[in-house]
Design a protein around this ligand. Structure first.
Ligand code: GLN
Length: 496
C-alpha cells in the first residue's frame, strides 16, 4: 500500500488556510481511501463520516469568513479508541464498553478540534491498551500496512497503521509502556511519548494512571512537533497536568545536534559484550548503531553509558501497571458502563458481566494486579516494584547530568507475524526498551531508521529528561534526514 499520493498534515493545513483546497475535499479523499483499503487493514473501529464532513464544513466556513481556522486546519486525525469522543463510540476494544458512547470529549480531542483538525475515526487497540500487537482486541487485529501478514505493534496499532496507510496524516495513541513508540517503529512512522503531565489525560480511559500518556503519530518529525504543540499545555481537569505553560517545540526544529551529549544505553543497546543480546535482532541493533554514527557525524558527542536498573524496568512495570489496572478497571461492574449480564444477586451479576466482558489478557492483568496489592504480598511485589522505579528515576537523573539525550532501539525486533508471540512473557519482552521512560515519566520518540529483517521498518528511540522534547525533536530530525540520505544512497547502489 502506498501513501505517496496523500498530502502531509503541514501541506493540508497550509492549503486549507490559503483556500488552495477545502477541508471537505481533504476529508472526502481520506474517507475514500479508508473505504477502499481499511477492510484489509482494520485500523478503524468507527469511521466518523458524518461528523467529519460537518466539522470540515465548519473549517471551510471559517476560511470563507476570513477567520483563522487554526494550525491544523482541515487535517484528518485518527483517535485511539480509548479516548473519549462526544457522540462517537469509545470501546477500548473491549466487549465491556462495546456500546458505550461518551457524553464528552477528551481534552486532546477538544484541542485538536479547536486547532481546526477533523476527527476522522476511532482506531483499534489491544483491549484497554494491554498488549504489543493489537491481537488482544476483542474485535479482531489490525494488519500492518507495510506487510499485512504481520502485526502493526501495539497497543496503539490502529493509530500507527492509519498513518502508515495514509488514512490520516496524524493520529493519537496512548503510551503506558511503549504503546506509541513500538507500533510507530513496526509501521515505519514517527511516534512520540511526551513528558508525563505535559499532555492532559482528561478523557483518556485509564489503564495505569501513573504511566499513561497521550502522544501523536505522524509521517515526519516536524508534523509530530506541530501536533505536540497543539496537544500540550496545562489542563485544570487533569490533576497531574504540569501547570507551567507549554514551551513550543516547533521553533527549535532545524537547530541540529551540534554539541549535544548523547548516550547509548548499554543495557538496552541489544549488545551483550560483542554479541547480540537475547531477544534482539542483529539488523535492529546495527541500525541503532548507524543512528549513533549519524548523530556523531552531525556534531553530537556520542558515548556509551551504563544504567544498570534499566533492564529491571520490565519486571517493575509488569507489577505496577497491572496493580493500577486492577484498581482502574474495578469501575466496569455491570452497573455504570456498558455490558451487563444479570445474575441472582449483585455479586453474581458483577462476576458474570466481568467474565463475559473482559478478554484473557485483561483478566490476567487484573488477577496479577490484585494479587500484587493484596495484604500479605504488597511489600514483596508492589512495594519492591516501586523501589525499583525509584532507583531507576535516580539512576536516569544522574545520567542526565552528563548527557542531554539517550539512544536505544525502540523495539528489539521488527514487525512479527500474527501468533508469533503467543506466550505472554515473550510478548512482554518486546517492551524492554520503551518501559523505562514510562517509569521515569520522561519523554521519548521513535523515528524510522532503515530496515531490518525482510526489509521491514526499524525504529530508533531517543530519550530525554523531563520536558526535553525540544532537544528530542532536534535529534529526531537529524536522524530522519540521515535515514533519508542512507535510503537514497542504497537505492542508487541498487540501481547501478
Ligand atoms: N505493551 C505494554 C503492555 O502490554 C504497553 C502497553 C501500553 O503502553 N499501553 O502493557
Amino acid at each position: 500500500m502506498s501513501d505517496a499520493q496523500m498530502p502531509t498534515a503541514a501541506e493540508i493545513a497550509a492549503d486549507v488556510r490559503t483556500g488552495a483546497t477545502t477541508a471537505i475535499d481533504v476529508v472526502e479523499r481520506h474517507l475514500a481511501l479508508i473505504a477502499s483499503s481499511d477492510t484489509e487493514i482494520h485500523a478503524f473501529h468507527t469511521v466518523a463520516e458524518e461528523a467529519a464532513r460537518s466539522a470540515a464544513a465548519g473549517v471551510d466556513e471559517a476560511v470563507a469568513a476570513g477567520r483563522d481556522p487554526g494550525p491544523l486546519a482541515g487535517v484528518p486525525v485518527a483517535i485511539k479508541d480509548n479516548m473519549c469522543t462526544r457522540g462517537i463510540p469509545t470501546t477500548c476494544s473491549s466487549k465491556i464498553l462495546e456500546n458505550w458512547v461518551p457524553p464528552y470529549d477528551a481534552t486532546v480531542v477538544t484541542r485538536l478540534r479547536e486547532a481546526g483538525a477533523i476527527v476522522i475515526g476511532k482506531t483499534n487497540l489491544d483491549e484497554f491498551a494491554m498488549g504489543s500487537s493489537t491481537e488482544n482486541s476483542a474485535f479482531g487485529p489490525t494488519r500492518n500496512p507495510v506487510d499485512p501478514t504481520r502485526v502493526p505493534g501495539g497497543s496503539s496499532g490502529g493509530s500507527a497503521a492509519a498513518v502508515a496507510a495514509g488514512f490520516a496524516p496524524l493520529s493519537l495513541g496512548s503510551d503506558t509502556g511503549g504503546s506509541i513508540r513500538q507500533p510507530a517503529a513496526l509501521c515505519g512512522v514517527v511516534g512520540m511519548k511526551p513528558t508525563y503531565g505535559s499532555v492532559s489525560r482528561y478523557g483518556l480511559v485509564a489503564f495505569a494512571s501513573s504511566l499513561d500518556q497521550i502522544g501523536p503519530f505522524s509521517t515526519s518529525v516536524a508534523e509530530s512537533a506541530l501536533a505536540f504543540d497543539v496537544l500540550a499545555g496545562p489542563d485544570g481537569r487533569d490533576s497531574t497536568s504540569i501547570p507551567q505553560p507549554h514551551q513550543p517545540v516547533l521553533p527549535v526544529l532545524g537547530e541540529g545536534v551540534e554539541g549535544l551529549r548523547i548516550g547509548i544505553i548499554n543495557e538496552l543497546s541489544g549488545r551483550a559484550g560483542g554479541d547480540i543480546a537475547e531477544g534482539f535482532e542483529s539488523e535492529v541493533v546495527a541500525q541503532a548503531e548507524a543512528a549513533a554514527d549519524a548523530l556523531t557525524a552531525a556534531g553530537a558527542k556520542v558515548d556509551e553509558v551504563s544504567i544498570p536498573s534499566a533492564v529491571a524496568g520490565l519486571s517493575a512495570y509488569y507489577m505496577i501497571a497491572p496493580a493500577e489496572a486492577s484498581s482502574n478497571l474495578a469501575r466496569y461492574d455491570g452497573v455504570r458502563y456498558g455490558l451487563r449480564h444479570d445474575g441472582p444477586n449483585t455479586a453474581s451479576m458483577m462476576a458474570a458481566s466481568r467474565t463475559a466482558g473482559f478478554g484473557d489478557e485483561v483478566k490476567r492483568r487484573i488477577m496479577v494486579g490484585t494479587y500484587a496489592l493484596s495484604a500479605g504480598y504488597y511489600d514483596a511485589f508492589y512495594g519492591k516494584a516501586q523501589r525499583i522505579r525509584t532507583l531507576m528515576i535516580t539512576e536516569f537523573d544522574k545520567v542526565y547530568e552528563d548527557f542531554d539525550l539517550l539512544l536505544s532501539p525502540t523495539s528489539p525486533c521488527v514487525a512479527f507475524p500474527f501468533g508469533a508471540k503467543a506466550d505472554p512473557i515473550t510478548m512482554y519482552y518486546n517492551d524492554v526498551c520503551t518501559i523505562p521512560s514510562n517509569l521515569t515519566g520522561h519523554p521519548a520518540i521513535s523515528v524510522p531508521f532503515g530496515t531490518g529483517e525482510a526489509g521491514l521498518p526499524v525504529g530508533v528511540q531517543i530519550l530525554g529528561p523531563m520536558l526535553a522534547e525540544g532537544a528530542i525533536y532536534r535529534a529526531a530530525e537529524v536522524l530522519e534526514q540521515a535515514a533519508a540520505k542512507l535510503a537514497g544512497a542504497s537505492a542508487n547502489e541498487g540501481g547501478q
